[in-house]
Design a protein around this ligand. Structure first.
Ligand SMILES: *[C@@H]1O[C@H](CO)[C@@H](O)[C@H](O)[C@H]1NC(C)=O
Ligand SMILES: *[C@@H]1O[C@H](CO)[C@@H](O)[C@H](O)[C@H]1NC(C)=O
Ligand SMILES: *[C@@H]1O[C@H](CO)[C@@H](O)[C@H](O)[C@H]1NC(C)=O
Ligand SMILES: *[C@@H]1O[C@H](CO)[C@@H](O)[C@H](O)[C@H]1NC(C)=O
Ligand SMILES: *[C@@H]1O[C@H](CO)[C@@H](O)[C@H](O)[C@H]1NC(C)=O
Ligand SMILES: *[C@@H]1O[C@H](CO)[C@@H](O)[C@H](O)[C@H]1NC(C)=O
Length: 625
C-alpha cells in the first residue's frame, strides 16, 4: 500500500561507479568530476575543496562532486567548514557551490535545474543537505579574482529512504494526499512527512493528511520538526503553510497554522477527525516537516510514554528542587477539558493553612484550539525575608508550558501579591505548588481555570477560519477596544492574533494604544527574537508601517482607508503583558479636521484641495521672506 512519491531513478548509469577522480567530459563538458559512491565500510565519507584548508585557486570553471547511492538510498551531506568568497552581487557573480538535490536523470548539464547556491561562511548556509533520490551533485566554481577563501570540507553518508515513509494510505491518482484510518488491523501510531523530506519539498504543491479515529478515540499529532520559511513574517502572507483543522475538512475550525520553523508542536483533536493541509507556492522551498500521529482513547489523558519521559527528565535539571524530603500528598490532579471546561483549584486545606513540605501538581489538558487560562482569586503564601524575583527557598507556585517538547517554567509566584492571569501556548499547562515552611497565617491560593478558545479576547467577533482572529465592523460598533491575548496577564508564547477592522466606504480607522509592552527591540525582527505588532491597510504586508515592539508610551495610528489590520505575534521566548487599544471609526473628513496641523475650519474639503491650500500658504510665506 505504501507508495513513495519519489520516482525510480535510473541514475548515473553513464557514470562508471568506481570511486575516484574521473577526469573527463562525460557529464558536463569542461567539468572535472569527482565521484563518491562507496564508504568502504565506514559510517561516513569525506569530501573537500581543492587544496583545503589552504585557499583554493581562481578560475576553477567547474568541479563536480557527484554522490551516488543505491536506488533505495538518499544522501546526507554535512558541511563542516565553509568559506567561499561572496561578492556583494550575490553568489552567482562570484565563487559558489551549486547544489543539485533532485536529480531525475543521469548526470547534470547546463540545463539541469539546481536548488540552491551556496557562498559566504558556514553561518550563511544550511549545513546539512539531503537529496530526494540516490544522487546529489555539488558544482564548485571560482572566479578570476584571487581571494584567501579556504573553500569547504564535509562528510557524506547514505540513508535508507524507507525511514521517511509516510505510514498512511496514499489516495490513488494524487501526488500527496494521504488517509490515516484507525482500525483493529492498523497500528495506532505512525509517522508522516512532507514530500521528499528530509530534502526540500517541491514547488507548487498541495498535500492533505486526513485522520479518522474510531468512536471514543482522538488524534494526537506532534510536529517534531517544521522548517518551511525562515523568519517571523505573519502566516497571513506566507506561500508555504501548514493548516490544521479540528474536523474532516478545511471548513472546520482552524486549530493552528504553521509557516516558519518549530519543534515538537503538539495538537489534539476534539473529536475523531483531524485534517491537515500543506500548501507550498514559494520560490524557495524549505525542508518541510516531520510528524508523528497517534490514535488514543478519548479518556486517556496521559501523554504518550515517549514525551512523558521527556517531561520527567527535562523538568528536573532546569529547576532547583527544594532540599526537603517531599511529603507526597494526594494533591496531584490532572484536569481534562473533556470533563470540566472550567472550575476552581486551591492549595491543600484552603482557606485554612496548607501543610509544610508539600508539593502539589495541577496538570491541565485541553484539546482542539483550547488554551488553558488561570485567573487568581486569592494568593497568600508564607514568606519570611523579602520576596525575591525567582522565589528561591520560599513557598511558591510555578507555571510550566510545553516548549520544544519539554515542560519549561514560564513564571513563578510567591509572597502575597495576587498574580496576573496565566495562559498556555497550547493544550497543556502545569502548575506546581511547593510549600517548604508554611505557617498558620498563610491561607494558600485559590484560582479559577478555564479551557478557552478565544484567547481571553472578549471584544469583536471571532473568526473560525484562523486560530486567533477577531473582526470589528463599524456597522456593529463605531468605537470600542481590543487587547492582546490574556491581557492584562502575560501573553502566551507562539501565538499569532489578527484584528480586522472594517469601516464603510467613507470611513477610516483611528487607533489609540493606551498600554503597550511587547517584548523585543527595534526593528522587532526574528534576529533579535522579538515579538511584535504590525499594522496594515491590506491583508498582506504594508511597508508603510514599521513593526512595533518594546515598552512604549501611548500612541495613535490611523488607517488610510476603510480597512485596517493589526497583527500580534509572539515567539517561543520571553513575554510581555501586551497591549490594550481603543478604536474609532471616523468619517474621513472628521479625522482630517482633528489633525493638529490643520488650520482649515471647513470640514468638507477634500484631500487635494487641502494640499493645494497648504502649498499656496507655503508659497506665500516663501515669497514674504
Ligand atoms: C591572504 O592571506 C595572507 C596571509 O594571511 C595575507 O598576507 C594576504 O594579504 C591575504 N591576501 C588577500 C588578497 O587577502
Ligand atoms: C540537603 O540537605 C542535606 C541534609 O540536610 C544536606 O546534607 C545537603 O547538603 C543539602 N543539600 C543542599 C544542596 O542544600
Ligand atoms: C463554567 O462553565 C459553565 C458551563 O459550561 C458555565 O455555565 C459557567 O458560566 C462557567 N463559569 C465560568 C466562571 O466561566
Ligand atoms: C455589518 O457588515 C458586515 C459586512 O458588511 C455584515 O456581514 C454584518 O452582517 C453587518 N452587521 C450588521 C449588524 O449589520
Ligand atoms: C458610514 O457610516 C456613517 C456612520 O454610521 C454614516 O453616517 C455614513 O452615511 C455611512 N456611509 C456609507 C457610505 O454608508
Ligand atoms: C482596555 O481599555 C478599555 C478602554 O480604555 C477599558 O475599558 C478596558 O477595561 C481595558 N481592558 C483591560 C483588561 O484593562
Amino acid at each position: 500500500m505504501h507508495q513513495d512519491n519519489v520516482m525510480e531513478v535510473p541514475l548515473f548509469l553513464l557514470i562508471l561507479v568506481t570511486t575516484f577522480i574521473v577526469v573527463g567530459k562525460a557529464v558536463h563538458p569542461g567539468c572535472e568530476c569527482l565521484v563518491f559512491s562507496t564508504l568502504y565500510g565506514k559510517e561516513k565519507g569525506t569530501f573537500k575543496s581543492p587544496d583545503f584548508p589552504k585557499p583554493y585557486s581562481p578560475n576553477i570553471d567547474c568541479l563536480l562532486y557527484t554522490f551516488i547511492g543505491n536506488s533505495d538510498e538518499i544522501i546526507e551531506l554535512t558541511l563542516t567548514d565553509f568559506d567561499v568568497q561572496k561578492t556583494k552581487f550575490g553568489c552567482i557573480h562570484g565563487d559558489y557551490v551549486k547544489v543539485f538535490m533532485h536529480l531525475e536523470s543521469a548526470g547534470v548539464n547546463e540545463y539541469t535545474p539546481w536548488e540552491t547556491l551556496l557562498c559566504g561562511r558556514l553561518a550563511d548556509i544550511p549545513t546539512v543537505l539531503y537529496s530526494s533520490g540516490p544522487g546529489l551533485v555539488l558544482e564548485f566554481h571560482s572566479g578570476s579574482q584571487t581571494a584567501n577563501s579556504t573553500g569547504f570540507s564535509g562528510t557524506f553518508r547514505f540513508i535508507d529512504r524507507k525511514k521517511f515513509r509516510t505510514d498512511g494510505l496514499k489516495l490513488p491518482s494524487t501526488m500527496c494526499d494521504y488517509q490515516f484510518l484507525s482500525s483493529e488491523h492498523s497500528p495506532l501510531y505512525g509517522k508522516f512527512y512532507s514530500p521528499r523530506f528530509p530534502s526540500s519539498y517541491p514547488k507548487n504543491i498541495r498535500c492533505t493528511y486526513r485522520f479518522r479515529a474510531r468512536y471514543k478515540e482522538r488524534i494526537r499529532v506532534v510536529f517534531e520538526e517544521v522548517a518551511l520559511q525562515k523568519g517571523d513574517i505573519s502566516c497571513l502572507d506566507r506561500a508555504d503553510i501548514i493548516r490544521v483543522y479540528d474536523g474532516k475538512t478545511a471548513a472546520d475550525q482552524s486549530i493552528t497554522v504553521l509557516c516558519n520553523e518549530g519543534n515538537e508542536i503538539e495538537i489534539l483533536s476534539t473529536g475523531s477527525d483531524l485534517f491537515i493541509e500543506f500548501v507550498a507556492n514559494s520560490d524557495w522551498p524549505g525542508q518541510g516537516f516531520k510528524a508523528r500521529f497517534q490514535f488514543q482513547p478519548s479518556d486517556d489523558n496521559s501523554i504518550d510514554s515517549h514525551s512523558y519521559n521527556r517531561l520527567r527528565t527535562y523538568s528536573s535539571p532546569t529547576e532547583t528542587e527544594p532540599n526537603v524530603s517531599e511529603t507526597r500528598s494526594s494533591c496531584d490532579i490532572i484536569i481534562s477539558s473533556d470533563t470540566n471546561r472550567n472550575g476552581t483549584i486551591m492549595s491543600p486545606s484552603y482557606p485554612s493553612p496548607y501543610p509544610p513540605k508539600t508539593t502539589c501538581r495541577y496538570e491541565f489538558q485541553g484539546r482542539g484550539k483550547e488554551r488553558v487560562r488561570i485567573v487568581f482569586q486569592d494568593f497568600n503564601l508564607y514568606h519570611t525575608s523579602e520576596v525575591t524575583k525567582n522565589c528561591e527557598n520560599m513557598d511558591s507556585l510555578n507555571a510550566f508550558i510545553n516548549i520544544d517538547g519539554r515542560m519549561e517554567k514560564i513564571d513563578n509566584f510567591c509572597g502575597n501579591v495576587l498574580p496576573k492571569p496565566i495562559m498556555s501556548n497550547g493544550p497543556r499547562l502545569k502548575l506546581e505548588f511547593q510549600s517548604l515552611v508554611a505557617s498558620r497565617y498563610s491561607r494558600g491560593f485559590k484560582a479559577t481555570y478555564s479551557f478557552i478558545e478565544n484567547f481571553g479576547i472578549t471584544t469583536g467577533t471571532q473568526l473560525q477560519t484562523y486560530p486567533c482572529a477577531f473582526v470589528f465592523n463599524s456597522n456593529e460598533s463605531r468605537s470600542g477596544y481590543f487587547h492582546s491575548p490574556n491581557y492584562p496577564g502575560l501573553y502566551p508564547r507562539d501565538t499569532e492574533c489578527h484584528y480586522f477592522l472594517y469601516g464603510n466606504a467613507s470611513e477610516k480607522i483611528h487607533l489609540h494604544f493606551e498600554y503597550f509592552d511587547v517584548e523585543g527591540v527595534l526593528p522587532c525582527e526574528a534576529v533579535s527574537a522579538s515579538d511584535y505588532v504590525e499594522f496594515s491597510n491590506y491583508l498582506t504586508r504594508d511597508r508603510k508601517y514599521s513593526r512595533y515592539c518594546g515598552q512604549l508610551k501611548e500612541f495613535d495610528i490611523e488607517s488610510d482607508r476603510k480597512f485596517f489590520r493589526v497583527t500580534f505575534r509572539s515567539n517561543d521566548r520571553l513575554d510581555g503583558t501586551g497591549f490594550n487599544a481603543t478604536y474609532h471609526f471616523l468619517d474621513e473628513v472628521e479625522s482630517l479636521a482633528k489633525k493638529p496641523s490643520d488650520k482649515s475650519d471647513s470640514p468638507n474639503r477634500k484631500d487635494g484641495l487641502r494640499l493645494l491650500l497648504l502649498l499656496f500658504i507655503f508659497l506665500l510665506t516663501k515669497l514674504g521672506t
